[in-house]
Write a protein that binds this ligand. Structure first.
Ligand code: ATP
Length: 435
Protein backbone atom coordinates (compact mmCIF):
# COMPACT_ATOMS: atom_id res chain seq x y z
CA UNK A 1 0.00 0.00 0.00
CA UNK A 2 2.81 2.42 0.84
CA UNK A 3 4.34 2.02 -2.61
CA UNK A 4 0.98 2.50 -4.30
CA UNK A 5 0.06 5.57 -2.24
CA UNK A 6 3.41 7.14 -3.06
CA UNK A 7 3.04 6.35 -6.78
CA UNK A 8 -0.46 7.84 -6.71
CA UNK A 9 0.85 11.11 -5.38
CA UNK A 10 4.00 11.27 -7.51
CA UNK A 11 2.24 10.54 -10.79
CA UNK A 12 -0.98 12.46 -10.16
CA UNK A 13 -3.56 9.81 -9.38
CA UNK A 14 -4.60 10.82 -5.85
CA UNK A 15 -3.65 13.72 -3.58
CA UNK A 16 -4.60 14.38 0.00
CA UNK A 17 -7.32 17.04 0.25
CA UNK A 18 -6.10 20.48 1.38
CA UNK A 19 -2.60 19.12 1.70
CA UNK A 20 -0.94 22.54 2.10
CA UNK A 21 -3.01 22.99 5.27
CA UNK A 22 -2.00 19.62 6.65
CA UNK A 23 -4.78 17.66 4.95
CA UNK A 24 -8.38 16.96 5.93
CA UNK A 25 -9.09 13.65 7.66
CA UNK A 26 -9.77 10.92 5.12
CA UNK A 27 -10.74 13.15 2.24
CA UNK A 28 -8.85 12.74 -1.04
CA UNK A 29 -8.63 14.51 -4.40
CA UNK A 30 -8.12 12.78 -7.73
CA UNK A 31 -5.35 14.23 -9.90
CA UNK A 32 -5.24 14.20 -13.71
CA UNK A 33 -4.64 10.46 -14.11
CA UNK A 34 -6.82 9.42 -11.17
CA UNK A 35 -9.73 11.46 -12.50
CA UNK A 36 -9.46 9.64 -15.86
CA UNK A 37 -9.15 6.24 -14.19
CA UNK A 38 -12.15 6.72 -11.93
CA UNK A 39 -14.16 8.14 -14.83
CA UNK A 40 -13.34 5.02 -16.86
CA UNK A 41 -14.57 2.81 -14.00
CA UNK A 42 -17.79 4.84 -13.79
CA UNK A 43 -18.25 4.81 -17.58
CA UNK A 44 -17.93 1.03 -17.70
CA UNK A 45 -20.54 0.75 -14.95
CA UNK A 46 -22.92 3.23 -16.66
CA UNK A 47 -22.53 1.51 -20.04
CA UNK A 48 -23.20 -1.95 -18.69
CA UNK A 49 -26.04 -0.92 -16.36
CA UNK A 50 -27.83 1.80 -18.36
CA UNK A 51 -26.74 2.06 -21.99
CA UNK A 52 -26.83 -1.56 -23.08
CA UNK A 53 -29.98 -2.48 -21.14
CA UNK A 54 -33.57 -1.70 -22.13
CA UNK A 55 -34.86 -2.21 -18.60
CA UNK A 56 -32.74 0.33 -16.66
CA UNK A 57 -33.00 4.12 -16.77
CA UNK A 58 -30.43 6.64 -15.55
CA UNK A 59 -30.97 9.34 -12.93
CA UNK A 60 -28.95 12.15 -11.39
CA UNK A 61 -30.71 13.21 -8.20
CA UNK A 62 -29.58 16.04 -5.92
CA UNK A 63 -27.41 15.46 -2.86
CA UNK A 64 -29.70 17.51 -0.60
CA UNK A 65 -33.15 16.05 0.00
CA UNK A 66 -36.16 16.83 2.18
CA UNK A 67 -35.17 15.89 5.77
CA UNK A 68 -38.27 13.70 6.06
CA UNK A 69 -36.68 11.36 3.48
CA UNK A 70 -34.07 10.40 6.05
CA UNK A 71 -36.65 9.87 8.79
CA UNK A 72 -38.71 7.60 6.55
CA UNK A 73 -35.66 5.72 5.30
CA UNK A 74 -34.63 4.89 8.85
CA UNK A 75 -31.34 6.80 8.63
CA UNK A 76 -32.13 9.37 11.35
CA UNK A 77 -32.82 6.64 13.89
CA UNK A 78 -30.88 3.71 12.50
CA UNK A 79 -27.86 4.82 10.47
CA UNK A 80 -25.55 4.57 13.41
CA UNK A 81 -22.39 2.74 14.30
CA UNK A 82 -21.56 1.70 17.85
CA UNK A 83 -18.59 3.75 19.00
CA UNK A 84 -16.30 2.88 21.89
CA UNK A 85 -13.42 4.86 23.39
CA UNK A 86 -10.34 3.50 25.12
CA UNK A 87 -10.06 5.10 28.57
CA UNK A 88 -6.30 4.56 28.58
CA UNK A 89 -5.12 5.64 25.16
CA UNK A 90 -8.18 7.72 24.17
CA UNK A 91 -8.36 6.02 20.78
CA UNK A 92 -11.81 5.64 19.26
CA UNK A 93 -13.09 2.50 17.55
CA UNK A 94 -16.14 1.04 15.88
CA UNK A 95 -17.35 -1.59 18.36
CA UNK A 96 -18.50 -3.93 15.58
CA UNK A 97 -15.05 -3.89 13.98
CA UNK A 98 -13.14 -4.77 17.17
CA UNK A 99 -12.22 -8.40 17.51
CA UNK A 100 -10.78 -8.84 20.97
CA UNK A 101 -9.77 -5.26 21.68
CA UNK A 102 -5.99 -5.38 21.95
CA UNK A 103 -5.23 -1.73 21.44
CA UNK A 104 -4.27 -1.23 17.79
CA UNK A 105 -2.60 2.05 18.73
CA UNK A 106 -0.34 0.45 21.29
CA UNK A 107 2.89 -0.04 19.33
CA UNK A 108 3.28 3.61 18.42
CA UNK A 109 1.50 5.46 21.21
CA UNK A 110 2.09 3.48 24.38
CA UNK A 111 5.04 1.16 24.00
CA UNK A 112 4.75 -1.47 26.69
CA UNK A 113 2.11 0.37 28.68
CA UNK A 114 -0.91 -1.81 28.26
CA UNK A 115 -1.92 -4.85 26.29
CA UNK A 116 -5.64 -4.35 26.10
CA UNK A 117 -7.80 -1.32 25.77
CA UNK A 118 -10.09 -0.42 28.61
CA UNK A 119 -13.16 0.31 26.58
CA UNK A 120 -16.18 2.42 27.40
CA UNK A 121 -19.68 1.06 26.79
CA UNK A 122 -20.64 1.46 23.13
CA UNK A 123 -22.51 4.66 22.25
CA UNK A 124 -24.50 4.92 19.06
CA UNK A 125 -23.14 7.53 16.66
CA UNK A 126 -25.14 8.77 13.64
CA UNK A 127 -23.01 8.85 10.49
CA UNK A 128 -24.95 11.52 8.60
CA UNK A 129 -23.42 14.96 8.07
CA UNK A 130 -25.82 17.72 9.03
CA UNK A 131 -25.98 21.20 7.61
CA UNK A 132 -28.49 24.06 7.49
CA UNK A 133 -30.60 25.28 4.61
CA UNK A 134 -31.18 29.04 4.48
CA UNK A 135 -29.72 31.74 6.68
CA UNK A 136 -30.93 30.55 10.09
CA UNK A 137 -29.11 27.79 11.91
CA UNK A 138 -32.03 26.23 13.74
CA UNK A 139 -33.34 22.71 14.02
CA UNK A 140 -36.15 23.36 11.53
CA UNK A 141 -33.53 24.19 8.90
CA UNK A 142 -31.47 21.01 9.26
CA UNK A 143 -30.72 19.11 6.08
CA UNK A 144 -28.38 16.18 5.57
CA UNK A 145 -25.71 15.39 3.04
CA UNK A 146 -27.01 12.12 1.63
CA UNK A 147 -25.24 9.05 3.04
CA UNK A 148 -26.32 6.96 0.01
CA UNK A 149 -27.69 7.74 -3.43
CA UNK A 150 -30.50 5.17 -3.23
CA UNK A 151 -33.12 7.41 -1.61
CA UNK A 152 -33.05 9.81 -4.58
CA UNK A 153 -34.09 6.82 -6.69
CA UNK A 154 -36.97 5.69 -4.45
CA UNK A 155 -38.59 9.11 -4.21
CA UNK A 156 -38.34 9.50 -8.01
CA UNK A 157 -39.38 6.01 -9.03
CA UNK A 158 -42.88 6.95 -10.18
CA UNK A 159 -41.53 9.98 -12.09
CA UNK A 160 -39.05 7.78 -13.93
CA UNK A 161 -41.54 4.97 -14.48
CA UNK A 162 -44.17 7.27 -15.97
CA UNK A 163 -41.87 9.46 -18.05
CA UNK A 164 -39.97 6.52 -19.54
CA UNK A 165 -43.08 4.31 -19.95
CA UNK A 166 -41.26 1.37 -18.39
CA UNK A 167 -43.01 -1.66 -16.98
CA UNK A 168 -41.92 -3.88 -14.11
CA UNK A 169 -39.37 -5.37 -13.76
CA UNK A 170 -37.21 -2.32 -14.35
CA UNK A 171 -34.36 -0.48 -12.70
CA UNK A 172 -33.01 3.01 -12.04
CA UNK A 173 -29.28 3.64 -11.85
CA UNK A 174 -27.26 6.58 -10.67
CA UNK A 175 -23.73 7.61 -9.87
CA UNK A 176 -23.13 10.30 -7.30
CA UNK A 177 -21.46 11.55 -4.17
CA UNK A 178 -22.37 10.27 -0.73
CA UNK A 179 -21.11 11.41 2.66
CA UNK A 180 -20.61 9.49 5.91
CA UNK A 181 -19.02 10.77 9.06
CA UNK A 182 -17.12 7.50 9.52
CA UNK A 183 -15.74 6.80 13.00
CA UNK A 184 -12.66 5.03 11.77
CA UNK A 185 -11.96 5.98 8.18
CA UNK A 186 -8.72 4.99 6.56
CA UNK A 187 -6.81 2.74 4.24
CA UNK A 188 -6.29 5.51 1.70
CA UNK A 189 -9.38 5.88 -0.53
CA UNK A 190 -10.99 2.69 0.83
CA UNK A 191 -13.01 4.30 3.61
CA UNK A 192 -13.44 8.04 3.27
CA UNK A 193 -15.97 10.58 4.50
CA UNK A 194 -16.88 11.78 1.01
CA UNK A 195 -17.11 9.15 -1.72
CA UNK A 196 -18.95 8.18 -4.86
CA UNK A 197 -21.49 5.43 -5.20
CA UNK A 198 -22.77 3.64 -8.29
CA UNK A 199 -26.17 2.32 -7.29
CA UNK A 200 -28.95 0.55 -9.14
CA UNK A 201 -32.37 -0.21 -7.69
CA UNK A 202 -34.36 -2.89 -9.50
CA UNK A 203 -38.15 -2.85 -9.00
CA UNK A 204 -39.91 -6.20 -9.28
CA UNK A 205 -43.28 -7.77 -8.69
CA UNK A 206 -43.56 -9.13 -5.11
CA UNK A 207 -42.55 -12.77 -5.13
CA UNK A 208 -39.96 -12.31 -7.88
CA UNK A 209 -37.31 -10.63 -5.74
CA UNK A 210 -35.44 -13.77 -4.68
CA UNK A 211 -34.93 -14.82 -8.29
CA UNK A 212 -33.79 -11.34 -9.35
CA UNK A 213 -31.48 -11.16 -6.34
CA UNK A 214 -29.62 -14.25 -7.61
CA UNK A 215 -29.58 -12.91 -11.16
CA UNK A 216 -28.08 -9.60 -10.07
CA UNK A 217 -25.47 -11.30 -7.93
CA UNK A 218 -24.23 -13.18 -10.99
CA UNK A 219 -24.28 -10.09 -13.24
CA UNK A 220 -22.38 -7.97 -10.76
CA UNK A 221 -19.63 -10.49 -10.05
CA UNK A 222 -19.14 -10.97 -13.80
CA UNK A 223 -18.75 -7.19 -14.17
CA UNK A 224 -15.82 -7.17 -11.74
CA UNK A 225 -14.20 -10.02 -13.67
CA UNK A 226 -14.60 -8.03 -16.89
CA UNK A 227 -12.82 -5.07 -15.28
CA UNK A 228 -9.82 -7.34 -15.15
CA UNK A 229 -9.77 -7.96 -11.37
CA UNK A 230 -8.20 -11.35 -10.70
CA UNK A 231 -10.98 -13.85 -9.91
CA UNK A 232 -9.03 -15.35 -6.98
CA UNK A 233 -9.03 -11.91 -5.35
CA UNK A 234 -12.84 -11.73 -5.34
CA UNK A 235 -15.21 -13.53 -3.01
CA UNK A 236 -18.75 -13.40 -1.69
CA UNK A 237 -19.57 -12.63 1.91
CA UNK A 238 -23.09 -13.42 3.00
CA UNK A 239 -24.46 -11.22 5.79
CA UNK A 240 -25.57 -13.19 8.82
CA UNK A 241 -28.88 -12.18 10.40
CA UNK A 242 -27.02 -10.13 13.02
CA UNK A 243 -25.15 -8.17 10.33
CA UNK A 244 -28.12 -7.26 8.13
CA UNK A 245 -28.80 -3.53 7.70
CA UNK A 246 -32.15 -2.22 8.92
CA UNK A 247 -33.68 -2.43 5.44
CA UNK A 248 -32.35 -5.76 4.20
CA UNK A 249 -33.94 -9.19 3.90
CA UNK A 250 -30.80 -10.69 2.44
CA UNK A 251 -27.41 -9.24 1.59
CA UNK A 252 -24.20 -10.37 -0.02
CA UNK A 253 -21.01 -8.36 -0.32
CA UNK A 254 -18.51 -8.72 -3.12
CA UNK A 255 -15.17 -8.58 -1.34
CA UNK A 256 -11.73 -7.90 -2.77
CA UNK A 257 -8.53 -9.04 -1.11
CA UNK A 258 -6.69 -5.78 -0.44
CA UNK A 259 -3.20 -5.75 1.12
CA UNK A 260 -5.07 -4.95 4.39
CA UNK A 261 -7.42 -7.93 4.05
CA UNK A 262 -10.71 -8.98 2.45
CA UNK A 263 -13.09 -6.04 2.31
CA UNK A 264 -16.38 -5.07 0.70
CA UNK A 265 -16.36 -3.24 -2.61
CA UNK A 266 -20.02 -3.78 -3.55
CA UNK A 267 -23.20 -4.91 -1.81
CA UNK A 268 -26.16 -6.71 -3.40
CA UNK A 269 -29.26 -6.37 -1.23
CA UNK A 270 -32.79 -7.69 -1.23
CA UNK A 271 -34.63 -4.75 0.33
CA UNK A 272 -38.15 -6.13 -0.04
CA UNK A 273 -40.80 -3.39 0.10
CA UNK A 274 -39.17 -1.62 3.07
CA UNK A 275 -38.34 1.60 1.25
CA UNK A 276 -41.50 2.19 -0.74
CA UNK A 277 -43.74 1.23 2.20
CA UNK A 278 -42.03 3.76 4.43
CA UNK A 279 -42.00 6.56 1.85
CA UNK A 280 -45.66 5.93 1.02
CA UNK A 281 -46.57 6.13 4.67
CA UNK A 282 -44.46 9.18 5.51
CA UNK A 283 -45.30 11.22 2.40
CA UNK A 284 -48.97 10.26 2.23
CA UNK A 285 -48.53 9.75 -1.55
CA UNK A 286 -49.55 6.46 -3.16
CA UNK A 287 -46.47 4.79 -4.59
CA UNK A 288 -48.18 1.67 -5.91
CA UNK A 289 -47.55 0.29 -9.35
CA UNK A 290 -50.50 -0.47 -11.56
CA UNK A 291 -49.96 -3.83 -13.20
CA UNK A 292 -52.07 -3.63 -16.35
CA UNK A 293 -51.73 -7.25 -17.32
CA UNK A 294 -52.92 -8.50 -13.92
CA UNK A 295 -55.20 -5.47 -13.36
CA UNK A 296 -53.91 -5.01 -9.79
CA UNK A 297 -51.92 -2.48 -7.79
CA UNK A 298 -49.01 -3.27 -5.52
CA UNK A 299 -45.80 -1.88 -4.06
CA UNK A 300 -42.82 -3.28 -5.95
CA UNK A 301 -40.03 -5.08 -4.13
CA UNK A 302 -36.48 -3.87 -4.60
CA UNK A 303 -33.15 -5.53 -5.33
CA UNK A 304 -30.23 -3.15 -4.97
CA UNK A 305 -26.68 -3.28 -6.30
CA UNK A 306 -24.53 -0.73 -4.50
CA UNK A 307 -20.92 -0.25 -5.52
CA UNK A 308 -18.29 2.28 -4.44
CA UNK A 309 -16.46 4.01 -7.31
CA UNK A 310 -13.50 4.86 -5.08
CA UNK A 311 -13.15 1.41 -3.55
CA UNK A 312 -13.33 -0.21 -6.96
CA UNK A 313 -10.78 2.28 -8.31
CA UNK A 314 -8.51 1.30 -5.40
CA UNK A 315 -9.07 -2.41 -6.12
CA UNK A 316 -8.23 -1.79 -9.78
CA UNK A 317 -4.96 -0.07 -8.83
CA UNK A 318 -3.98 -2.68 -6.23
CA UNK A 319 -4.76 -5.48 -8.66
CA UNK A 320 -2.78 -3.83 -11.45
CA UNK A 321 0.32 -2.93 -9.42
CA UNK A 322 3.38 -5.09 -9.96
CA UNK A 323 7.15 -4.85 -9.77
CA UNK A 324 9.41 -6.87 -12.04
CA UNK A 325 13.15 -7.24 -12.35
CA UNK A 326 14.26 -6.35 -15.88
CA UNK A 327 17.95 -6.18 -16.75
CA UNK A 328 18.90 -5.56 -13.14
CA UNK A 329 16.34 -2.78 -12.69
CA UNK A 330 12.95 -2.72 -11.03
CA UNK A 331 10.18 -2.10 -13.51
CA UNK A 332 6.96 -0.83 -11.88
CA UNK A 333 3.83 -1.53 -13.89
CA UNK A 334 0.19 -0.70 -13.45
CA UNK A 335 -1.21 -3.45 -15.66
CA UNK A 336 -4.67 -1.93 -16.15
CA UNK A 337 -7.21 -3.41 -18.50
CA UNK A 338 -6.71 -1.18 -21.60
CA UNK A 339 -10.25 0.19 -21.32
CA UNK A 340 -9.43 1.53 -17.83
CA UNK A 341 -5.96 2.94 -18.53
CA UNK A 342 -5.97 6.74 -18.14
CA UNK A 343 -3.59 7.15 -21.09
CA UNK A 344 -4.11 4.68 -23.94
CA UNK A 345 -0.92 5.32 -25.86
CA UNK A 346 2.21 7.45 -25.76
CA UNK A 347 3.72 8.96 -28.90
CA UNK A 348 7.50 9.07 -28.63
CA UNK A 349 9.91 10.49 -31.22
CA UNK A 350 13.12 8.49 -30.76
CA UNK A 351 15.24 11.63 -31.12
CA UNK A 352 14.38 15.29 -31.64
CA UNK A 353 15.68 15.55 -35.22
CA UNK A 354 15.46 14.00 -38.71
CA UNK A 355 11.75 14.83 -39.13
CA UNK A 356 10.84 12.61 -36.18
CA UNK A 357 9.22 15.34 -34.04
CA UNK A 358 7.12 16.51 -37.03
CA UNK A 359 5.90 13.01 -37.83
CA UNK A 360 5.25 12.31 -34.16
CA UNK A 361 3.28 15.53 -33.70
CA UNK A 362 1.17 14.77 -36.75
CA UNK A 363 0.37 11.29 -35.44
CA UNK A 364 -0.31 12.62 -31.96
CA UNK A 365 -2.73 15.24 -33.28
CA UNK A 366 -4.60 12.61 -35.27
CA UNK A 367 -4.82 10.09 -32.43
CA UNK A 368 -5.85 12.56 -29.72
CA UNK A 369 -9.17 13.14 -31.49
CA UNK A 370 -10.09 9.56 -30.66
CA UNK A 371 -8.03 8.43 -27.65
CA UNK A 372 -6.39 9.97 -24.58
CA UNK A 373 -2.78 9.93 -25.80
CA UNK A 374 0.39 11.48 -24.40
CA UNK A 375 3.35 13.05 -26.20
CA UNK A 376 6.75 12.66 -24.61
CA UNK A 377 10.09 13.63 -26.13
CA UNK A 378 12.03 13.98 -22.89
CA UNK A 379 14.94 11.71 -22.02
CA UNK A 380 16.20 8.29 -23.08
CA UNK A 381 13.60 6.06 -24.72
CA UNK A 382 13.97 3.38 -22.02
CA UNK A 383 13.13 5.90 -19.32
CA UNK A 384 10.15 7.14 -21.28
CA UNK A 385 8.88 3.54 -21.57
CA UNK A 386 9.27 3.06 -17.80
CA UNK A 387 7.34 6.23 -17.05
CA UNK A 388 4.46 4.97 -19.17
CA UNK A 389 4.60 1.49 -17.57
CA UNK A 390 4.28 3.08 -14.17
CA UNK A 391 1.01 4.83 -15.06
CA UNK A 392 -0.37 1.83 -16.92
CA UNK A 393 -0.22 3.06 -20.54
CA UNK A 394 -0.81 -0.07 -22.64
CA UNK A 395 0.99 1.07 -25.82
CA UNK A 396 4.07 3.14 -26.63
CA UNK A 397 4.37 4.27 -30.26
CA UNK A 398 7.91 5.14 -31.27
CA UNK A 399 8.76 7.22 -34.31
CA UNK A 400 12.24 6.20 -35.40
CA UNK A 401 14.73 6.50 -38.27
CA UNK A 402 12.66 4.23 -40.53
CA UNK A 403 9.38 6.07 -40.05
CA UNK A 404 9.88 8.75 -42.68
CA UNK A 405 11.00 6.37 -45.42
CA UNK A 406 8.77 3.38 -44.65
CA UNK A 407 5.83 5.22 -43.08
CA UNK A 408 5.84 2.79 -40.17
CA UNK A 409 6.34 2.95 -36.38
CA UNK A 410 7.00 0.48 -33.58
CA UNK A 411 4.27 -0.20 -31.04
CA UNK A 412 5.51 -1.57 -27.75
CA UNK A 413 3.18 -3.62 -25.58
CA UNK A 414 3.31 -2.67 -21.88
CA UNK A 415 2.97 -6.23 -20.59
CA UNK A 416 5.13 -8.28 -22.97
CA UNK A 417 7.45 -5.37 -23.90
CA UNK A 418 7.38 -6.87 -27.43
CA UNK A 419 7.47 -4.40 -30.32
CA UNK A 420 5.40 -4.64 -33.49
CA UNK A 421 6.14 -2.70 -36.64
CA UNK A 422 2.88 -1.09 -37.80
CA UNK A 423 2.12 1.16 -40.77
CA UNK A 424 1.53 4.80 -39.79
CA UNK A 425 -1.92 4.68 -41.37
CA UNK A 426 -2.85 1.61 -39.33
CA UNK A 427 -1.99 2.90 -35.87
CA UNK A 428 -5.51 4.12 -35.07
CA UNK A 429 -7.06 0.82 -36.16
CA UNK A 430 -4.43 -1.12 -34.20
CA UNK A 431 -5.34 0.81 -31.05
CA UNK A 432 -9.10 0.71 -31.39
CA UNK A 433 -9.01 -3.04 -31.95
CA UNK A 434 -7.06 -3.57 -28.73
CA UNK A 435 -8.86 -1.01 -26.58
P1 ATP B 1 -18.78 -0.81 5.39
O1 ATP B 1 -19.35 -2.00 6.10
O2 ATP B 1 -17.42 -1.03 4.78
O3 ATP B 1 -18.88 0.47 6.16
P2 ATP B 1 -21.32 -0.55 4.14
O4 ATP B 1 -21.83 -1.94 4.28
O5 ATP B 1 -21.79 0.50 5.08
O6 ATP B 1 -19.71 -0.56 4.12
P3 ATP B 1 -22.94 0.10 1.93
O7 ATP B 1 -23.82 0.95 2.75
O8 ATP B 1 -23.44 -1.23 1.47
O9 ATP B 1 -21.53 -0.07 2.66
O10 ATP B 1 -22.44 0.97 0.69
C1 ATP B 1 -22.28 0.44 -0.60
C2 ATP B 1 -20.90 0.67 -1.14
O11 ATP B 1 -20.51 2.04 -0.99
C3 ATP B 1 -19.80 -0.11 -0.44
O12 ATP B 1 -19.70 -1.41 -1.00
C4 ATP B 1 -18.58 0.71 -0.73
O13 ATP B 1 -18.03 0.37 -2.01
C5 ATP B 1 -19.11 2.12 -0.79
N1 ATP B 1 -18.82 2.80 0.49
C6 ATP B 1 -19.56 2.77 1.63
N2 ATP B 1 -18.97 3.51 2.58
C7 ATP B 1 -17.85 4.04 2.03
C8 ATP B 1 -16.82 4.89 2.53
N3 ATP B 1 -16.84 5.40 3.76
N4 ATP B 1 -15.80 5.21 1.69
C9 ATP B 1 -15.75 4.74 0.42
N5 ATP B 1 -16.69 3.92 -0.08
C10 ATP B 1 -17.73 3.58 0.70
Amino acid sequence: MEKLVSLCKRRGFVFQSSEIYGGLGSVWDYGPLGAELKKNVKDRWWNSMVRVRDDIEGLDAAILMHPKVWEASGHVSGFTDPMVDCKTCKARFRADKLLDAPCPQKPSKHPGEHTTCELTEPRMFNLMFKTFMGPVEESAAVVYLRPETAQGIYVNYLNVLQSSRQKLPFGIAQIGKAFRNEITPGNFIFRTREFEQMEMQFFVKPGEEAEWFERWRAIRLAWHHELGLRPEKLQWHQHADTELAHYARAAYDIEYEFPFGWNEIEGVHNRGDFDLTNHQQASGKKLEYFDQAANTRYLPNIVETSAGADRITLAVMVDAFREEQVEGETRTVLGFHPSLAPIKAAVLPLVNKDAMPELATELYNNLRKRFPVFYDDGGAIGRRYRRMDEVGTPFCITIDGQTAAERSVTIRDRDTMAQDRVGLDHVAAFLSERL
